[in-house]
Design a protein around this ligand. Structure first.
Ligand code: FNR
Length: 190
């Protein structure tokens, strides 16, 4: 079966290494996986006063999440947590109360940093947020990517075979995880 996956890139930077990583993941995803970006750059700051009249960009985000089978977070670590822009997007999508877009939506997290910790601490924060948002999360395999110049091309090509194999396996595992979650939590059971 074809699974649709929406992916968040947690960085707004033009030359984001996490955006480059996302391109590699799109390339290495199983051929029957449809990958669409869930853009976060045009969202205003979340304000619950707007819960009754969602801004267009925020409603579009909720609609886009509803249309996919799973969500993938490709994010940097900022100050040992997640970037504010990503948290803002999660806050929008988790509301209005009772219409949390992440409920029962399978998710996986991955991220790249220049340092050896490879976003591990930031991802722990993200996993905690997603737990509260009731998203079934792929616990294994974990993916903490140390971004080494020369390994990733701007087009998402990966020159190191071990890294490429790992990322391909990661996407394969996420595809299997989504299939398992959909079996026990069919989307229309609410
Ligand atoms: C960082 N960086 C960083 N790196 C890290 O490994 N742990 C951290 O806690 C932080 N904190 C942090 C805060 C802020 C505000 C910035 C701008 C940067 C460095 C970060 O990993 C590096 O800039 C990456 O290139 C960011 O990812 P993108 O934007 O290139 O995808």
């Amino acid at each position: 079966t074809t699974h649709k996956v929406g992916y968040f890139v947690g960085s707004l930077s033009q030359d984001s290494i996490n955006r480059t990583l996302s391109k590699a993941l799109v390339r290495l995803a199983p051929s029957h996986m449809e990958m669409t970006e869930l853009p976060i750059g045009d969202l205003p700051l979340y304000n619950r006063d707007l819960d009754g009249s969602y801004p267009a960009a925020a409603q579009a985000l909720k609609d886009a999440i509803a249309a996919v089978d799973g969500v993938l977070f490709v994010t940097p670590e900022y100050n040992r947590s997640i970037p504010g822009a990503l948290k803002n997007a999660i806050d929008w999508a988790s509301r209005p109360w009772g219409q949390n877009s992440f409920a029962r939506k399978p998710s996986a997290t991955i991220g790249a940093s220049p340092g050896a910790i490879g976003t591990a601490v930031g991802q722990q924060h993200l996993k905690s947020i997603l737990s509260f948002c009731n998203s079934p999360q792929m616990n294994a395999i974990e993916a903490y990517i140390q971004f080494k110049p020369g390994v990733f091309g701007d087009d998402g090509s990966v020159s190191d075979e071990g890294t490429e194999d790992f990322l391909r396996t990661y996407m394969h595992e996420f595809n299997e995880f989504i299939a398992r979650v959909l079996q026990v939590l069919p989307p229309d059971e609410d």
